[in-house]
Design a protein around this ligand. Structure first.
Ligand SMILES: [Zn+2]
Length: 315
């Protein structure tokens, strides 16, 4: 990493906004975390964010080079526009980059949040030193990011790395994107919880029956699997199979060094990782399957902030 001024990384979510001043070495200084005033619309959210960032910058005292913001998409990095985002009502073609830059008097870049997280893990986390990295973020949805030959692949439409929408099953389960059979419909935390509810509704025996169906989350499924629940184990292993199947195609396509898995569901890795590895070896070519390593993300919730901050001054 070349030395330079500190930057600010921002992670805009539907529930919370988090931000930090980040050194060129990836160390986090002052931090912010506050609820997103999503119902008040994009301008109010940006006013609130800019006001808090100005205070943080004033308290910091030193120079700040730029601001990088990760945001759920679809969005355009080159145009600086958020097209729409399900958890942020009213963000329709909202010029986030220019609105924030005008309020701060600093250069701003915006990136898809999963791309920012992938860049964070690549520059300062589990994927440091690798050349070509695939990252999956397993949360409410399945986010993705691709670092190819040490460059983040964004694409002219900022849709590169939408790995959650790898279609695996023709005419399969409906996905939030409007398509069917996507990885996200089988391996997100939401999908894992839905599959548990469906199986129980169809009469499968499980310790999860003690919970009201609507309260079952992927964490419950994970804990039940650890405690020996057969249904929970099968559901996680099936999610692992679909993750492995999706990864196998990318292993053949990109010959990566590393696949990194982050997000809340990565806690279930004792159930997921062995199946992912087995499936990659079954379905991918021998040489790239033997090369690729699998790892859990190491920056946790900070990956998006660290990545966005590192991208703020990227050429
Ligand atoms: Zn989809």
């Amino acid at each position: 990493m070349t030395a330079g001024p500190a930057t600010i990384g921002v992670d805009i979510g539907g529930t919370n906004i988090r931000a930090a001043i980040v050194s060129p070495e990836g160390e986090l200084g002052a931090r912010l975390r506050f609820p997103t005033a999503a119902q008040r619309g994009p301008k109010a959210v940006v006013d609130d964010l800019a006001g808090r960032l100005r205070k943080m910058i004033a308290a910091h005292g030193g120079p700040i080079g730029a601001v990088g913001a990760g945001c759920p998409g679809p969005l355009s990095t080159p145009q600086g526009i958020v097209f729409e985002t399900p958890n942020l009502p009213g963000w329709d073609r909202f010029p986030l980059r220019d609105e924030l830059a005008a309020r701060l008097g600093l250069p701003v870049v915006i990136h898809n949040d999963a791309n920012a997280a992938a860049w964070g893990e690549f520059t300062h986390g589990a994927a440091r030193g690798a050349d070509t990295v695939i990252m999956y973020t397993l949360g409410t949805g399945v986010g993705g990011g691709l670092v190819i030959d040490r460059k983040l692949r964004i694409g002219p439409d900022t849709t590169a790395g939408e790995l959650g929408h790898t279609v695996l099953v023709p005419h399969g389960r409906p996905c939030g994107c409007g398509s069917r059979g996507c990885l996200e419909a089988y391996a997100s935390a939401t999908a894992v919880a839905s599959r548990a509810r469906e199986a129980i509704a169809h009469g499968r025996e499980s310790s999860l029956q003690s919970l009201p169906p609507q309260e079952i989350t992927s964490h419950h499924v994970d804990h039940a699997a650890d405690a020996g629940d057969r249904l929970a184990q099968e559901i996680l292993q099936e999610a692992g199979f679909f993750l492995g199947l999706a990864a196998a195609s990318l292993v053949n396509a990109l010959n990566p060094d590393l696949i990194v898995y982050g997000g809340g569901m990565v806690n279930a890795r004792p159930w997921l990782f062995p199946v992912i590895e087995k499936t990659i070896h079954e379905y991918a070519f021998k040489a790239p399957a033997a090369r690729v390593r699998i790892a859990a993300a190491s920056l946790g919730d900070d990956a998006g902030i660290v990545g966005a901050a590192a991208l703020a001054l990227a050429p």
